[in-house]
Design a protein around this ligand. Structure first.
Ligand code: GDD
Length: 358
């Protein structure tokens, strides 16, 4: 009986696949207790032929995808074809030690957990020979995911889970974030644990992780967290903000010319500009994003964020001028940038968030 299925996605791994399969078969698993499914995405270096040779004599299957290459889609294809209810995912490049397969699978087989993550970032875990920039990227990827998915290594590619959990994964699951999708799709309903692993960077072949994958990871995290940060909303928000500055200055001058006091002119011009900004932001910049708030509720949030940003602007200005002795003419720029960033992020996460996925 097949107790667990090992899914190995491959894209040009001919130098690694034999070594990986040899190491897996050297383990003392009962031969019929597992299967290996290699999901290849159009490798041009002979990887499928090597897997076919293995498939003649063992419980290995090769699935060759014909669609656009994608890591998450490959893994999901493998999951759909698996014979068993316990799935383990691992890279083909030997960066995940096959000798730790047992540690990742056992807690699922004995029904202690639903997802087990092979983690580099808990006590006992480590990375070896990984370039510093990759370590940094991976760490940052883990840190920013931490608040929403509560594991230390959300970008790990070595993890095991119950097969039925994959059916909840969103259609947006693409690229290098399948674990994150799995955890988010089943949040609150699963028992998750991490076990330490030693990740060793590949010695043959090259990584396929691109800037596009990293940007997609970040964008997806923001969406999963309910935020609406996109180039589109940022550009529109900036345009509305600049328009708001003009309105603010115009109303301020007009009030002063009507003999209004400084405080009154300041308050009225701020409120007027904020109302105009809110209207344009809700009807244009963030028009696709509605978490279902009532108008006044949302407007209240917008004013709160604006007021906080204004306070922060004063704080940054005072800090730079009085404590760092930066001339006010220069200090105003970082203060403005801080205000703009707080305003935008406050709008994207608090005023005009998406309804939470998945
Ligand atoms: N089928 C398929 N399709 N496989 C792919 C694709 C694809 O589009 N892209 C990559 N792979 C396979 C590789 O052949 C390898 O077996 C595995 O996925 C990992 O890809 P790498 O490109 O080597 O990843 P890495 O070493 O840089 O590591 C990063 O990704 C891993 C994903 O599992 C890191 O972020 C690790 O944390 C992560 O484990």
């Amino acid at each position: 009986m097949t107790l667990f299925s090992i899914i190995v996605p491959t894209l040009n791994e001919s130098e690694n696949i034999d070594l990986l399969l040899t190491r897996i078969y050297a383990l003392d698993f009962i031969p019929d207790s597992f299967e290996i499914i290699v999901v290849d995405d159009g490798s041009t270096d002979g990887t499928p032929n090597k897997v076919r040779d293995w498939a003649k004599q063992s419980n290995i299957r090769l699935i060759e995808r014909r669609e656009e290459p994608d890591l998450s889609a490959s893994i999901l294809t493998g999951v759909a074809a698996a014979k068993s209810n316990v799935i383990v995912i691992m890279d083909a490049d030997l960066s995940h030690p096959p000798e730790q397969l047992s540690a990742v699978i056992t807690p699922i087989l004995n029904n202690s957990y639903d997802v087990v993550v092979g983690s580099r970032y808990i006590t006992g875990g480590s990375t070896e020979n990984w370039p510093l920039y990759r370590q940094l990227l991976s760490r940052i990827g883990g840190w920013i995911a931490r608040p929403i998915c509560d594991v230390n290594d959300a970008t790990s590619g070595f993890f095991a889970f119950r097969r039925e959990l994959a059916s909840n994964i969103s259609d947006h699951a693409l690229g290098y974030k399948i674990l994150l999708e799995l955890l988010m799709a089943n949040q609150g309903k699963i028992r998750v644990t991490e076990i330490p692993i030693c990740f060793r960077d590949r010695t043959h072949g090259t990584s396929k992780l691109s800037l596009f994958h990293q940007q997609a990871y970040l964008q997806r995290l923001i969406t999963l967290a309910g935020g609406t940060v996109t180039l589109n909303t940022a550009g529109r928000f900036a345009a509305v903000g600049l328009f708001g500055v003009l309105i603010d200055a115009f109303v301020f001058q007009w009030m002063l010319s009507r003999d209004a006091g400084l405080a009154l002119a300041h308050f009225v011009s701020f409120f007027f500009a904020a109302t105009v900004n809110y209207t344009f932001n809700s009807k244009w910049s963030f028009r696709e994003h509605h978490a279902g708030y009532l108008y006044w509720h949302q407007f209240g949030r917008f004013l709160t964020v604006g007021a906080l940003a204004l306070l922060l602007r004063g704080g940054v200005l005072a800090f730079l001028v009085y404590l760092c002795h930066v001339p006010p003419l220069f200090a105003i720029f970082p203060a403005i940038i801080t205000t703009a960033a707080v305003n935008y992020l406050g709008s994207a996460f608090y005023v005009f968030p998406n309804k939470k996925e998945p």
